[in-house]
Write a protein that binds this ligand. Structure first.
Ligand SMILES: C[S@@+](CC[C@H](N)C(=O)[O-])C[C@H]1O[C@@H](n2cnc3c(N)ncnc32)[C@H](O)[C@@H]1O
Length: 294
């Protein structure tokens, strides 16, 4: 009987250990977020194209606001040895993750990336050419004065020829509750680990038409059957394009432009091309970059 107890305890321990090891080897939520949500090379190509279109030259100084794990800022410094980047976030967690996982992989380029823990509404020096506010992160500002305060701080941090590159989504489904799943193929994490394919789910949990508060969750479902439910939660205001442009104007931007993502109806997928528009057809959902020109 005693042997049975020992054996059962030992089996329990080894099962617990195996499960701990499996958990440890599972990608963490930041690795999954980078693989599922971010397209940093594409975003940087867009910033370079629009900057060159306006100024006729390239730029080198970029600040990634709401940087989280600083994927965009990291990709910027490895594009060109003349590039420098600042990543700003209020949360220590993703910044520590970036310092541990991303900086060592950047080698010498990492010395041209500065991570700063602070509120994006505080002014910084040196001034930069481009400030980015991507993946709708600035929707954390729920009231117009806060949004204008942020845009004004971004504008004051720009050099005279600088630009703020933000993005937005909308369409008839943007005000609906519901969820959408997408398979994400296998990839490699910033630390060089293989990330097996997984399922990403975007869930719009609640929308209030009175104040445009939109609550969303991100869930991940892994191949081993485990799930990271509510891995990220957002409590945003769904800002409309005219509201964003008016706030940019009030914050002192000379002009603003809207670049809308193209949609291939036949293949039912994005063309990955963003074109400057003053009119467009409303769709079930659309994505756009909104550029504030100083
Ligand atoms: C959705 S993540 C963005 C991650 C990544 N940069 C991207 O584009 O997908 C939003 C980040 O904004 C940060 N954040 C929210 N409010 C902030 C504020 N007022 N100042 C600085 N960072 C803020 C959060 O800590 C979080 O890491």
């Amino acid at each position: 009987m005693g042997g049975g107890v020992r054996s059962s305890t030992g089996g329990g321990r080894s099962r617990a250990r195996a499960s701990r090891l499996r958990r440890r080897s599972r990608p963490d939520r930041y690795v999954l977020y980078e693989a599922a949500v971010q397209s940093v090379e594409h975003d940087l190509d867009f910033c370079e194209r629009v900057y060159r279109r306006h100024r006729g030259r390239s730029f080198h100084l970029l600040r990634e606001d709401f940087c989280g794990t600083a994927a965009l800022a990291g990709a910027w410094v490895i594009r060109d040895p003349a590039n420098r980047a600042w990543g700003v976030d209020a949360d220590r967690g993703p910044l520590v993750w970036a310092a541990r996982q991303r900086l060592p992989r950047l080698g010498a380029a990492g010395r041209r990336l500065v991570l700063e823990r602070r509120d994006v509404r505080s002014r910084t020096r040196p001034r930069v050419d481009v400030v980015t506010a991507l993946n709708f992160s600035y929707w954390v500002f729920l009231r117009r004065p806060e949004l204008i305060e942020y845009f004004a701080a971004a504008r004051r941090s720009l050099r005279p020829d600088g630009m703020l590159v933000a993005n937005a989504f909308g369409g008839t489904e943007a005000m609906d509750v519901g969820s959408e799943r997408r398979r994400v193929g296998a990839s490699t994490s910033v630390a060089g680990d293989r990330v097996p394919g997984f399922t990403y789910e975007w869930e719009q949990v609640a929308f209030n038409p009175i104040d445009h508060r939109l609550r969303c969750h991100i869930h991940f479902r892994l191949r081993d059957g485990s799930r990271l439910l509510r891995a990220f939660r957002y409590d945003w205001r769904l800002w409309t394009v005219p509201e964003i442009r008016e706030a940019m104007a009030e914050a002192g931007f000379r002009a603003s432009e809207v670049y809308v993502e193209g949609w291939d109806d036949e293949r039912n997928r994005s063309t990955q091309q963003y074109r400057l528009r003053t009119r467009c057809e409303n769709q079930a959902s659309w994505l756009a970059f909104i550029v504030g020109v100083s």
